[in-house]
Design a protein around this ligand. Structure first.
Ligand code: ATP
Ligand code: MG
Length: 883
């Protein structure tokens, strides 16, 4: 049975039992800062189980994308080694929100595995928490499993809790016995666990019985116990496909086959070749993780989720490297994952280009760093020696060269070195602390929390700010502190910063007092809290109702920028391609900033094209339509989902028909014409593969034009011409400058010639004939010494010169020339200059006929000229007397 059939049978089976099929949540948990990645099916229902959110139905079924690479559940090191662990996997789950409990959960699970997909009942074992007599009795009663195959295990395996407090309860697992027929059925819990570790048993399903609410005073029974279950799709597929490992199922074999053809080596499924096949399995696993993380909007970086992605990518790169690859490999495998999985997860195909391109870019970077880092590694761990590589060194390899710890460890082990892991981790933690600090001082805004007690539980807060900017509203919560008050308004018109759109400004008035909104925050139950500075009157003790008013012109400017952002996003994709993905956005009243994935700067033409495209949509004065639709339907219609946003089953969709369709909770103009105009102000790079556009609209676009016009006017006034003649005037000025420069050069040439003439006239007679110039001169800055040397040499006709040249700008040098006849007799300009320069403690030299050298100690210039001149005289004397 193919894995895809297991998935659909599971969903259909539970739909028949009255469960609502819900889509997988994102790998990036929505609004849960405590969790880097979704690691179980229940993550998207956390708030439902704690009662903070209404249940979507009494029963639900999902196939959830999971990642176990961080935190409490980290299976990274098991990947490829055990027969059953992955970083990315799919968890099938059925959920009861206060509806059915243990008996039905056990019954459903048993019927699914035995009747629906036909696992042999004799091979199934169950485990329960050692205190859970109820479950221990239910298993044999409901399923007929012999009590000897129901084992009682401890907290570690069979007790589940959401956090330090909150819902918790015992679990029950189903395990599959992979041992040959006839193996002993008499097992203690310890023996059973050891066999599980050894992959002789495989856990396939965990049923969590949410039974208690853990509080400071212990566990209190929940009034409505719930069920949360998780079954590994890969593991069930492995059993049904008769293979001992999830890696040899149809979910992984196509990726392994692609790897074989890329690296040109075969992979063997034989048990005895297990060790050798490790790199293939790691690559198959990691390519899935990478594809799904990228598709859910994670981008490789040095922090948080992006950092985990980068580590996985690099780990994969390292294994490809071990297989002999020196070029990107994973990009192709990511493509295979997209082909294999897009039917179920259309978000992969939707972002295919982006997935493959980002993977390749990251791999290329990794390969380049491996090359660069190898020489550093040679230094800290020379071949033929041994010892411990210090934490500092390991960290430097990691931080500067991008060597992950495991790569360093592997290479170190190959050479007989140890690695100071603790030292490395200390260094790493220090770095993290530094970057945390940097972030804290960044003042990034958003996510600000405030605790205001809600006094009136009889009403729910409602955001009315889409339609109303001025409302009389009851107050649900109120707190005063100095001249600041915090309010929870029942009918709240103030937008809280979200989806890039900044918070509203405005005022709040009560009886006898009035204040301005300073911040718009959120309390821990998700209500919007406004913080107001009281400007007139003084904060009262009790407030029942107020008049709340959003600063309209600020909001309208913000709306212009928000709709314009959607149009810009669409225009970017239209002009540059579908690889463009939003990577960050700021929608403020005075400007918009949009970060997006794209490599390389935009050309002038592209910029204009994008700007024109947006403005055409504005001129069309198209209606902005806002509606609600089921999430899946919206995605299928091509809506662009923004990541890190919270999406329920029904989402708010903002569309400009024919132009743009996005899931968005923000505030927008009613027709595009209200935007007025969009002007791109700057386009820059912010990170590898990420560009940033800043643009203005409406009154700011007008302001920009006015300011630019004023600048031109000022310029024209300065040049004393009309605006129309500006360009003409500037060209004329440039011509004038060129003419003057030429004139100056000619003047300098003439001066130089005169100077050369003068020097030659003052030359002393050399023994054997010809002249020797030995002197210091001052010349204009910018004089070309080579040219001057040539002039001097031509006028000298026969002889040599050693000259100290000081230019007006303070530069000094020795210049030496020798005529051809004296070169023939052994005198060389290079030698003279070298002697002079060396005497001042500097260096120089050059060709026999012309040379230049530096001047070190200025007080030695005269001595230097003497030395060089003496050298010339001596040589001349020797030649003359020898002749
Ligand atoms: P194991 O002990 O095998 O690591 P677990 O106890 O960590 O499993 P649970 O947290 O109970 O697993 O998760 C529920 C189900 O999800 C498991 O029964 C299994 O089928 C599946 N599962 C858990 N971790 C992984 C993984 N790393 N790769 C693939 N499937 C997994
Ligand atoms: Mg585990």
């Amino acid at each position: 049975m193919k894995a895809s059939e297991v998935r659909s049978r599971f969903i259909e089976f539970f739909e028949r039992q009255g469960h609502l099929h819900l889509p997988s949540g994102s790998l990036v948990p929505e609004d849960d800062p405590t969790l880097l990645f979704t690691n179980a099916g229940m993550v998207q229902f956390k708030d439902v189980f704690t009662g903070q959110r209404e249940r979507p139905a009494a029963r639900a079924v999902t196939s959830q994308k999971c990642l176990r690479v961080s935190g409490k559940h980290n299976d990274l090191e098991e990947v490829g080694r055990t027969a059953r662990h992955h970083t990315f996997f799919e968890m099938l789950g059925n959920f009861s929100f206060g509806d059915y409990f243990k008996r039905e959960a056990i019954d459903f699970a048993w019927r699914f595995v035995t009747e629906e997909i036909g696992l042999e009942p004799d091979r199934l074992w169950a485990t329960v928490h050692h205190t859970d007599d109820e479950a221990a009795a239910l298993w044999p009663e409901v399923t007929g499993i012999p009590p000897s195959r129901v084992l009682r295990l401890g907290d570690e395996d069979n007790f589940w809790q959401m956090g330090e407090t909150g819902p918790c309860g015992p679990c029950s697992e189903i395990h599959y016995d992979k041992r040959p027929k006839g193996a002993t059925l008499d097992l203690s819990p310890e023996q059973f666990e050891a066999l599980g570790e050894a992959d002789e048993f495989m856990e396939i399903w965990n049923l969590v019985f949410m039974q208690f609410d853990r509080g400071p005073d212990g566990d209190v029974p929940l009034p409505k116990p719930s069920i949360d279950t998780g079954a590994g799709l890969e593991r069930i597929a492995a059993i049904l496909q008769g293979t001992f490992t999830t890696y040899h199922t149809d979910l992984f074999l196509p990726i392994i086959a692609a790897t074989e053809s890329i690296v040109g080596r075969p992979y063997s499924q034989a048990t005895e070749d297990w060790e050798e096949g490790l790199p293939f399995r790691v690559l198959a696993d990691h390519s899935r993780a990478v594809a799904f993380m990228l598709a859910d909007g994670v981008f490789p970086s040095n922090e948080g989720r992006g950092y985990v992605l980068r580590r996985i990518l690099r780990r994969a790169g390292r294994y490809a490297w071990l297989l002999g690859r020196r070029e990107p490999t994973l990009d192709t495998l990511v493509g295979v994952v997209v082909d294999e999985m897009s039917d179920t997860y259309p978000e992969l195909a939707a972002r295919r280009e982006h997935l493959v391109r980002t993977t390749r870019a990251e791999e290329e970077r990794f390969l380049a760093t491996i090359d660069a880092g190898m020489s550093r590694f040679e230094e800290v761990a020379p071949e033929g020696s041994s010892g411990t590589i210090s934490g500092e060194d390991v960290f430097r390899l990691y931080d500067t060269y991008g060597f992950p710890l495991d790569l360093t460890e592997l290479m170190a082990a190959e050479r007989g070195y140890e690695v100071d892991r603790t030292g490395f981790e200390t260094a790493l933690e220090e770095q993290r602390a530094r970057s945390r600090e940097a972030r804290a001082t960044d003042g990034a805004g958003g996510g600000d929390m405030a605790s205001v007690e809600i006094r009136r539980r009889d009403a729910q807060q409602e955001f009315v700010g889409y339609e109303e900017l001025r409302v009389e509203t009851p107050v649900l919560g109120y707190e005063a502190e100095g001249d600041r008050v915090r309010l929870v308004l029942q009918r709240n018109p103030f937008y809280r910063e979200s989806g890039g759109q900044v918070a509203d400004r405005g005022t709040v008035r009560g009886e006898g007092w009035k204040g301005d909104i300073e911040r718009v925050l959120e309390n821990d139950t998700g209500d919007v809290v406004v913080e107001v500075r009281v400007e007139t009157g003084s904060p009262p003790d009790v407030v029942d109702s107020v008049l709340a008013e959003v600063a309209e012109h600020v909001r309208r400017d913000t709306e212009r920028n928000h709709t314009a952002t959607h149009l810009l996003h669409a225009a970017l994709r239209h002009t540059l391609g579908d690889h463009v993905q939003q990577a960050g956005s700021l929608v403020a009243p005075d400007r918009l900033r949009f970060d997006f994935s794209h490599t390389g700067p935009l050309s002038r033409e592209q910029r204009l094209e994008i700007e024109r495209h947006v403005n055409e949509a504005i001129w069309a004065n198209a209606p902005v339509e806002i509606g609600h639709r089921p999430y899946r339907e919206a995605l299928e219609a091509g809506a662009m989902a923004l990541f890190g946003e919270k999406y329920g089953d029904v989402v708010r969709v903002v569309s400009v028909p024919g132009m743009s369709l996005e899931l968005c909770g923000g505030c927008h103009v009613r027709t595009t014409g209200q935007i007025g105009q969009l002007r791109i102000v700057t386009e820059t790079g912010v990170a590898a593969g990420i560009r940033r556009i800043e643009a203005v609209t409406g009154r700011r676009a007008w302001r920009l034009a006015v300011d630019q016009e004023a600048e031109l006017e000022a310029l024209a006034a300065k040049l004393g011409v009309s605006r129309r003649d500006l360009s003409h005037r500037v060209s004329a000025l440039q011509d004038e400058v060129r003419r003057l420069e030429a004139l100056l050069a000619a003047r300098r040439g003439a001066e130089s010639a005169d100077e050369a003439e003068r020097l030659v006239a003052e030359a002393e007679e050399l023994p054997g004939g010809g002249g020797l110039v030995r002197t210091s001169i001052r010349v204009a800055a910018g004089t070309d010494l080579g040219e001057f040397g040539d002039l001097l040499r031509a006028r000298l006709q026969s002889g040599a010169a050693i000259v100290h040249v000081a230019q007006d700008d303070g530069k000094t040098a020795f210049l030496g020339v020798v005529t051809d006849d004296w070169i023939a007799r052994g005198l060389k300009a290079g030698d003279l200059v070298r002697t002079a320069s060396r005497t001042t403690g500097s260096g120089g030299g050059g060709r026999p006929h012309l040379a230049q050298g530096g001047v070190g100690d200025a007080s030695r210039v005269e001595a230097a000229l003497d030395e060089a001149a003496d050298q010339a005289r001596e040589l001349a004397l020797t030649v003359a007397s020898g002749a």
